[in-house]
Design a protein around this ligand. Structure first.
Ligand SMILES: Cc1cc2nc3c(=O)[nH]c(=O)nc-3n(C[C@H](O)[C@H](O)[C@H](O)COP(=O)(O)OP(=O)(O)OC[C@H]3O[C@@H](n4cnc5c(N)ncnc54)[C@H](O)[C@@H]3O)c2cc1C
Length: 383
């Protein structure tokens, strides 16, 4: 008796879901795939996160468009999958790829404390991409913005806001991005020093187009024994000009510095760094310290966390991308996850069609993750 071709479901049409679709099409030539996306548009953070002045990164969208246009793929937009819906998909398909992104963005305590004077890094990135989130719509920008974090998202935000502060056009900035209010100074604050920060030298160099200066030479991290990335970061930092006077530069980098509330003034923020304490007046805050799959008060709009807690069920659920890592990794790791998921789900679907004597794939043990070594790329883990 001929077996039925496999049928897979992919929950989330961000980069990880799209890579999984692409790989399932490739590795399972007779399979059909239903893709469920809660938003009205696919591509997730490729559209809403990745900075508009990085068109080369965004170009992967063309690959995704081709995959989703396959006659073997049905895309359902405005189709959020609930916990009950996921259970149904497990019962009715050969396997499910859970690609719903990270559950929550981490929010720095100072940002939590200052309320409407704070937004997150992804709010600013979405704004630059033409989507004003409710939080950003309520944002009370001060004349100074303190960006907390120094990973990829923080540096994207510093570039976007640095362009505003210097009156420079940011290439690709969405025409629909409404003005933010006058910003005279952007302070990029990293608790790490140059040797240990998560930023790359090339990311720092991009910021020099917007007048980046170093707030203090004391913390440039230069040490004679450093090698590799740490040494390259220190050399790049050492080449930056130093701010002539605190708080006058449009874009400044504060290393080895922590952010505190100003107990005397809710509109100010205190920076505690190697040269002591300074107060940034009329400050608003951008918290760009990474993402998580841990439960918390700041869940993003979707339901990855709930979906990730499913009990064992009838078919495999494989988590990919940020739904697996909680915000670690980038497009390259999303692709690797997509490959691993497609290999395992295809093998499991094939094994399910074999006589009972054949040994089941480990993925038939529902809810298990693939045994492939998973990438440990920390690119989007902030310090
Ligand atoms: C500001 C910023 C800049 C970045 N810049 C870069 C960069 O330059 N280079 C790089 O490589 N990476 C970059 N990244 C990281 C990259 O965006 C992520 O690695 C990638 O988007 C993760 O893909 P994902 O599919 O796992 O998650 P997401 O992109 O979050 O996609 C998840 C999708 O699932 C949907 N969804 C969620 N819940 C449900 C549900 N219940 N039902 C149906 N659909 C659901 C969401 O709407 C979304 O479309 C950046 C990230 C940010 C935030």
């Amino acid at each position: 008796m001929a077996s039925r071709p496999p049928h897979f479901a992919v929950v989330g049409a961000g980069p990880a879901g799209c890579y999984a679709v692409q790989q399932l099409l490739l590795r399972s030539p007779d399979a059909t795939i239903d893709v469920y996306e809660q938003r009205a548009h696919p591509y997730g953070l490729l559209e809403l996160g990745v900075a508009p002045d990085h068109p080369g990164t965004k170009a992967v969208r063309r690959q995704f468009e081709r995959a989703l246009a396959s006659p073997r793929v049905s895309v359902h937009l405005n189709a959020p999958v609930s916990r009950a819906g996921l259970q149904q998909l497990r019962e009715r398909t050969s396997g499910v790829v859970l690609a719903a992104g990270a559950a929550a963005e981490r929010v720095h305590p100072v940002a939590q404390a200052v309320g409407e004077r704070a937004v997150t890094g992804s709010d600013v990135a979405a704004w630059a991409n033409g989507v004003t989130t409710p939080t950003l719509g309520r944002w009370r920008t001060g004349s100074h913005v303190v960006v907390i974090g120094s990973g990829n998202v923080a540096l994207d935000v510093a570039r976007i806001l640095g362009a505003q502060a210097t009156g420079t056009a940011l290439p690709g900035l969405a025409a629909s991005a409404a003005p933010l209010g006058p910003i005279v100074g952007v302070h990029l604050v990293s608790r790490a020093d140059a040797a240990h920060g998560p930023f790359s030298p090339s990311q720092l160099r991009e910021l020099t187009d917007y007048g980046l200066v170093l707030a203090s030479r004391t913390s440039d991290g230069s040490a004679p024994a450093l090698e590799g990335d740490a040494r390259a970061r220190c050399e790049t930092v050492a080449a930056l000009p130093v701010a002539p006077t605190a708080h006058v530069a449009p874009l400044s980098l504060h290393l080895s510095t922590v952010v505190r509330r100003d107990p005397a003034d809710p509109t100010s923020v205190v920076l505690v760094g190697p040269d002591g304490t300074s107060v940034v007046p009329d400050a608003s805050v951008v918290s760009a310290i990474g993402f998580t799959n841990e439960p918390g008060p700041h869940d993003r709009e979707h339901t990855a966390r709930v979906l990730a807690e499913l009990p064992p069920g009838p078919a495999s659920v494989v988590r990919v991308g940020w739904a697996r890592s909680g915000g670690r990794g980038n497009l390259a790791t999303a692709r690797r996850d997509g490959v691993a998921a497609a290999v395992d789900l295809t093998a499991a679907a094939h094994a399910a069609c074999q006589p009972a004597s054949s040994s089941p794939s480990e993925l038939v043990l529902a809810g298990r993750q693939p045994a492939h070594p998973q990438p440990s790329d920390d690119a989007f883990r902030e310090d």
